[in-house]
Design a protein. Structure first.
Length: 186
């Protein structure tokens, strides 16, 4: 596993590896050259056995707001979208671009049953969801041109987002449940 300073991406990689999905972590420090300008690299390339390969941009968000409600925050930058669109075009039909949202919260003092959809990593619970790039773009709205940020309306997002594990079938029968990874502190 690559050393990642972004804890959302490190948790994402550990989760994907726990499912035994082949993946390539991309070095984001280097931008690919495409034409005259640089191209934002995706975070991961995933190769699930029984589904289309994925170009993935991981976006980390807090799971709950100050009132303890799930906001389904899903904003991204226009640079994120532009990069994914261009990578999708370059890779063609063998790949599908998705935005994966990693929602994090502290582990509860009285934890829910193990099958609660959370992935424990470095003392936090993560839940991974994904939405297809085309679906996301079709339902965008601006968060302000100065920020160069966009988001999907929460209602539209809730209807279209799916747990990441559904995008990663590695068996023909049913999706295998992830196993929590306890990583040593470095």
């Amino acid at each position: 596993m690559a050393r990642r300073s972004n804890h959302y991406e490190a948790a994402f990689e550990a989760f994907v590896r726990s499912l035994r999905v082949p993946c390539v972590a991309i070095d984001e420090a280097k931008r690919a050259l495409s034409g005259e300008d640089g191209l934002k690299s995706p975070d991961f390339l995933l190769y699930p056995r029984f589904a289309t390969n994925l170009v993935v941009e991981v976006k980390g968000k807090r799971a709950k707001n100050k009132r303890g409600r799930r906001d389904w925050e899903n904003w991204v930058t226009t640079d994120d979208l532009d990069g994914l669109v261009r990578w999708q075009t370059m890779f063609g039909s063998a790949f599908r671009s998705v935005l994966s949202f990693a929602y994090v919260e502290p582990i509860q003092p009285f934890p829910l049953p193990r099958d609660n959809g959370a992935f424990e990593f470095r003392g936090l619970d993560y839940r991974f969801w994904a939405v297809e790039l085309d679906e996301y773009i079709a339902h965008l709205r601006s968060r302000g041109p100065a920020w160069k940020a966009v988001a999907m309306a929460r209602r539209a997002f809730r209807r279209r987002v799916r747990p990441l594990v559904e995008w990663l079938p590695m068996h023909t029968d049913s999706a295998r449940r992830p196993v929590a990874v306890k990583e040593r502190e470095r």
